[in-house]
Design a protein around this ligand. Structure first.
Ligand code: NI
Length: 199
């Protein structure tokens, strides 16, 4: 089922979401919500979606990042996820958000993270991701703490309308630590040129 997406300004996006409980698994709520999150994410061409974005203040998000091994993430529900940086090295990635439609901005983040979470059956699982995939995971987990990517933009001049980004900035990604990164499509997290993101 495709759900309505909350936009910036709705209080649900600023709340710290509640943990998913064993009862949530047992009742079938987790499975149904994961399905709805994937349906909604696909409808809006996102690479991730968090439960608070569909007005559910629970620590649950889904990600699906196109790309091969080491770059993409297959469709993955993350329940009660915890993110841990694996490097002090920083990257800057152009990000957008379905809850902040029409805008895009350059966000500095740790370049590699480990995320621990429960899978859809409640089993502990984890994933190590870097580059764009790491940005997507961090972006979704931020939603569970009431944080939006716009909060993390360092240079506010990089917050812009997607149309202007495509006209004036596409393909002119800024360097972070000497690694050029830039983006394109204004999906949940803007993606595109993984060129320059260390593999
Ligand atoms: Ni978002």
């Amino acid at each position: 089922m495709i759900l309505k997406v909350a936009r910036m300004g709705h209080p649900v996006l600023r709340r710290r979401a509640d943990p998913v409980t064993p009862e949530d698994f047992a009742s079938g709520w987790v499975a149904a919500t994961v399905r709805n999150l994937f349906d909604t994410m696909a409808e809006y061409d996102g690479v991730g979606l968090a439960a608070p974005q569909v007005h559910l203040s629970k620590r649950l998000a889904v990600v699906e990042v196109p790309g091969g091994p080491g770059q993409g993430i297959p469709p993955t529900p993350m329940i009660n996820p915890v993110v841990q940086p694996l490097t002090e090295r920083e990257m800057e990635i152009w990000e957008g958000c379905l809850s902040v439609p029409g805008l895009i901005g350059l966000v500095p983040r740790p370049a590699a993270v480990r995320v621990d979470y429960l899978d859809i059956d409640g089993r502990p699982s984890h994933r190590v991701v870097q580059g764009f995939a790491a940005a997507a995971v961090q972006h979704e987990c931020d939603h569970l703490d009431g944080v939006l990517y716009v909060d993390r933009i360092r240079d506010r001049a990089t917050l812009m309308f997607t149309e202007e980004y495509q006209r004036h900035h596409l393909g002119r990604g800024r360097a972070a630590d000497g690694d050029g990164v830039d983006g394109a499509s204004p999906a949940e997290v803007a993606d595109d040129s993984r060129d320059g993101i260390p593999g």
